[in-house]
Ligand binder design. Sequence first.
Ligand SMILES: Nc1ncnc2c1ncn2[C@@H]1O[C@H](COP(=O)(O)OP(=O)(O)OP(=O)(O)O)[C@@H](O)[C@H]1O
Ligand SMILES: [Mg+2]
Length: 454
Amino acid sequence: MKFTILVADDERNIREGLAEALRLEGYEVALAADGEEALKAVEEGRIDLVVTDLRMPKVSGNEVLKRVAGSYPGMPVIVLTGHGTIEDAVDSMRVGAFDFITKPVNLDHLSMLIRRALESRELERQNQELQREIESQKRISSIIGRSPEMKKIFDLLRRVAPTKASVLITGESGVGKELIADALHNLSPRADKPFVKVHCAALAESLLESELFGHEKGAFTGAAGRKRGRFELAHEGTLFLDEIGEINQNVQIKILRVLQERKFERVGGEETLEVDVRVIAATNRDLKAEIEKGSFREDLYYRLNVVNIHVPPLRERKDDIPLLAGAFLREFTEENGKNLEGFDTKVRAAFFAYGWPGNVRELRNCVESAVVLARGSLVTLEDLPPGIREAQEDDTVRIPAGSSLAEAEKILIRETLAVQGGNKSRTAEILGIGRKTLYQKLQEYGLDGSRAEE
Ligand SMILES: Nc1ncnc2c1ncn2[C@@H]1O[C@H](COP(=O)(O)OP(=O)(O)OP(=O)(O)O)[C@@H](O)[C@H]1O
Ligand SMILES: [Mg+2]
C-alpha cells in the first residue's frame, strides 16, 4: 500500500522540493499552500501523515495540528520550523505533534521521521484492532440469559450474523436490543469494519437526513463544508438504525432506496454514491400498527425485517432474572469496592414477583442502587426502590384464564419456588408433594431447578 503524505508550506520551493524527494521515496504526495488547504485535504480523506510548516497564511500550522490531533487521532503530524519558531515547535509537541524538524530540512532525517511515524501509527492501529477483538469477545459473552427464549435468540444470532441480511430487532424498551445489535456486528465477517450507530429519535428530522446521507458544502445554511453521512462511514461495515419507528416519510423513502439499490446522494449533492452496508434496525414500536396508521412504509418494513429478532420482555422470561441480577451484583460490588455475597430470600422473591416494565435496564439500575445502599453482606428489601420492594408483599400467583391444568401447575410451582428463593424442600412442603415429585415436575416443565437457585 502506498502512503499519502500531505506537505503544507506556503513557500513554493520548499513544498515542491519536499514533494519531489518524498515521491522518489515511493510516497504519494498531496500539497497545500496554506492551513486552510491543508485542513481541506485532510477532511477529504486519504492522508496518512501531515508535514506542516508552522507559519502559514489563513490558518496556522499550529491550528492545523490541533484540529488533526482532535479529529483524527492516530494521524501523525511532523512540524517544519524555521530558526525563529523553534520554541513554537517545541510547544507543538505538547499539542500532539509526532516530532519537529528545523529548516533547512535534512531529507534523510525527515524520511527517517516519516518512517518512524508511520510505523508507530501502524502499531497503534494493530493495538486498537486487538482491543476491539477483546471488546467484541466480551460483548458476545456479555448477553446474559438461559431462558428458552434467550436460547432461541442466541441460536438465531449465530445463524444470521454471518449473512448480510437486514435484521429488525423488536422488543420493549430496555430488553437488550442494542446489545444484540452489537453482537450481530461482532459475530459477523464485518466485525473489523466500522459499526456505526444512529439514534434516529435523538435527531431533529432535518438533521437526520444529512446525518445519514451527508451533505455538500452549502447544501443548507450552516453546512460549512462537505460532511460524510453515516451510510458512507459504515461502508463495508454495519449501520445500526436505532428507534427506526421514529423517522419521517421523507427519510424512509431514502433509506428504502439505499436498501434496494445501495445508492444515494449527499444532501445538496449530484454525485451518486454506492455503499456496501449491512443494516440492523431496532424499535420498541409496533411497526405493523404504524403501517396500518400510514406512518410507516410497508415496503421499507419488509426490507428491514428480512430477519426479525424479537426480544421478549423480562417478565416473560423470569428464568433470566436470577442470572442477570447475580451478574449485575458482581459487576457493581466490584465497581463500588463492596463486599456483598448476594440477595436475601425476600429480595429474590420480590425480583420474581415484580413486573419489570423497564426490563433489564430497570433490573440493572435497581441492582446498582441496591449495591450502593446495602450495609450488610446481603442485599435486603430496604435497599430496593419502593415499587419493587412492595412487589414482594403481593404473594398472589397470577394464572391467566384459559390456562390448562398443567400450565397452572407449572406457574404455581415456579412462583412458589421463587418466593422460597429456590429452596426445594420448603417448596415441596408448601405444595404438599414429595421432593422427588417436585424434581420430576421441574424437569417435566423445563423449570430446571438449579436455575432457580442461582
Ligand atoms: N441479556 C442481557 N444481559 C446483560 N445485560 C443486558 C441484557 N439485556 C440488556 N442488558 C443491559 O440492559 C441495558 C439496556 O439494554 P439496551 O440498551 O440494549 O436495551 P434496548 O432494548 O436497546 O432499550 P431501548 O429500547 O430503551 O433503547 C444495558 O445496560 C444492557 O447492557
Ligand atoms: Mg436501545
